[in-house]
Design a protein around this ligand. Structure first.
Ligand SMILES: NC(=O)c1ccc[n+]([C@@H]2O[C@H](COP(=O)([O-])OP(=O)(O)OC[C@H]3O[C@@H](n4cnc5c(N)ncnc54)[C@H](O)[C@@H]3O)[C@@H](O)[C@H]2O)c1
Length: 463
């Protein structure tokens, strides 16, 4: 094990002991830690996993670094459609790595065990299905698919090939979500009834106006290959290539991009298969830069009662011009408390339990009745309930924050590598990935078609 890793795991244990005095046992995190240690131990020199990354943009570099943070992982090659990013990949990862603009050249290589797919959303499914059929393990960035119609085919490809397949909503591997799930499932907030989750941003980069390189042109960008799957071919456009998220032809709007993180976290905590009713509104309120997807969007989503949970509703919001600044949170509201997730880095649980006695007087109908009747009602009440019955029980809350420098992507990749080596299930498989993505894509359908979308979360079909 690298000394950095050892130091980190030591620090992890320390932080937990210090911050969890109110809790007996931090089982989920201890398990998590044990699993990481086992992964570290199992790796020998001839137990290497050789990876290649397809799509070397912002997330391609981040994911590659996270994958290489796992023991016994080696980078063989990178694929991208812009020459500058392949040049940068060689600068960062070494001049010897193989580079290409054609992902099929990566999939044909016998020395590649696993691929990371970090392209724009429009290519995830096509490449993932081909990769699984070529015998590769696949780490696909979220959202798993660009269109709902792609989901079942991708699940089928995974089931036929039995490829190890993980979707990249890393929060489900985070220490904070692991621990929160343990407490939530133990009943910490009673019975769930609603969730409020959001992402707020307030800058041009956050609103997807990323930097465009100085040499961007059809000479440096393989534009024809980029739009090979598109029915309508458009002339080369810097914005459509480097700021693809702003166009629904290549991206999935704020719903596919960010709601999907929120729903992945909610589904992970509640073990939910998903909602059955979805409605959303949105608009381009501020970033009037030619984008054809909203910069502010809200959705109301209903989860039916199932064996995993009671019925509850979710409101989601992304606001790209929020005076609140940069912030993401998920507030899970139950009958006996609130679980507040601060992005994927920490959480607070506050408990509020109702007293046994229902209450009488104050803001009540009591004072509107004749005096003699009020007295009788009070006598009856006093005879029935003790002083203790009238008190809300005082229950301690819980606060947890992951250690400084903690990166959930590293753990998400550790889980993926572990599955490749041991055959153990991944934390975020194709069915989980599709069940999180489809309702988000349905938010886009709801917005563009101005109607409620009905979804069958068990069979994963629009109804
Ligand atoms: N898990 C997370 O937290 C997280 C964060 C950011 C982005 N993402 C996801 O990662 C993906 C990439 O996002 P990004 O911000 O890195 O975008 P980006 O624009 O920075 O990079 C995308 C790269 O993919 C390349 N590409 C597109 N089609 C290709 C193809 N057919 N073959 C080879 N290369 C191709 C482009 O050339 C580009 O360099 C998106 O799907 C996004 O949703 C996930």
């Amino acid at each position: 094990m690298s000394s950095d890793r050892r130091k980190f795991i030591k620090q992890l244990g320390g932080t937990i002991v210090l911050s969890s005095a109110a809790l007996s046992g931090f089982a989920a995190i201890e398990d998590h830690e044990r699993r990481l240690l086992q992964v570290e131990k199992r790796v020998s020199a001839n137990d290497k996993i050789r990876i290649a990354t397809i799509g070397m943009g912002i997330m391609g570099f981040n994911d590659t670094h996270a994958a290489l943070s796992c023991q016994g992982v080696e980078l063989v090659g990178c694929c991208d459609l812009y020459t500058g990013r392949l040049q940068r990949a060689k600068e960062v990862f070494g001049a010897n790595i193989f580079t290409t603009a054609d992902y099929r050249e990566i999939l044909d290589r016998k020395d590649v065990d696993a691929v990371i797919i970090a392209t724009s959303d429009n290519w995830h499914s096509t490449i993932a299905i081909e990769a699984m059929h070529k015998g590769k393990a696949v780490y696909s960035e979220k959202p798993m698919v660009h269109y709902i119609s792609e989901g079942l085919n991708e699940i089928k490809a995974q089931q036929e090939t039995k490829a190890v397949f993980q979707v990249g909503s890393q929060r489900v591997s985070s220490l904070a979500f692991q621990k929160a799930k343990e407490l939530y499932q133990a009943g910490a907030i009673g019975q769930i009834n609603s969730v409020e989750a959001s992402f707020n941003r307030q800058n041009a980069l956050g609103a997807w106006q990323y930097t465009i390189p100085l040499d961007a042109s059809p000479q440096t960008v393989d534009w024809n290959r980029y739009q090979a799957n598109e029915k309508v071919k458009l002339p080369y456009d810097d914005n459509r290539f480097f700021r693809w998220r702003n166009y629904r032809e290549y991206g999935t709007g704020v719903a596919g991009d960010l709601f999907v993180h929120l729903l992945s976290g909610i589904h992970f905590l509640t073990n939910s298969k998903g909602p059955d009713k979805i409605f959303s509104i949105g608009g381009t309120y501020y970033w009037k830069d030619g984008r054809n997807v909203p910069d502010v969007m809200s959705a109301v989503i209903e989860y039916p009662e199932s064996k995993e949970h009671p019925a509850f509703q979710v409101t989601l919001r992304v606001n790209f011009i929020s005076g609140e600044g940069e912030r993401s949170s998920t507030k899970i509201i139950g009958s006996e408390g609130v679980l507040f997730m601060d992005d994927d880095q920490g959480f607070t649980i506050s408990k509020n339990k109702m007293p046994v006695a229902p209450g009488i007087g104050g803001w009540d109908s009591l004072s509107t009745f004749p005096e003699a009747m009020q007295k009788k009602l009070m006598d009856n009440y006093n005879a029935k309930y003790t002083a203790a019955d009238r008190q809300s029980p005082s229950l301690p809350g819980v606060t947890y924050h992951s250690p400084e420098g903690y990166n959930s992507s590293n753990d998400h990749f550790a889980n993926f590598m572990d599955a490749i080596r041991t055959g153990k299930p991944v934390v975020e498989d194709a069915i989980f990935g599709f069940r999180a993505a489809a309702p988000c894509l349905a938010c886009n359908d709801s917005y563009f078609q101005n109607k409620v979308i009905h979804w069958d979360p068990v069979n994963m079909k629009l109804v």
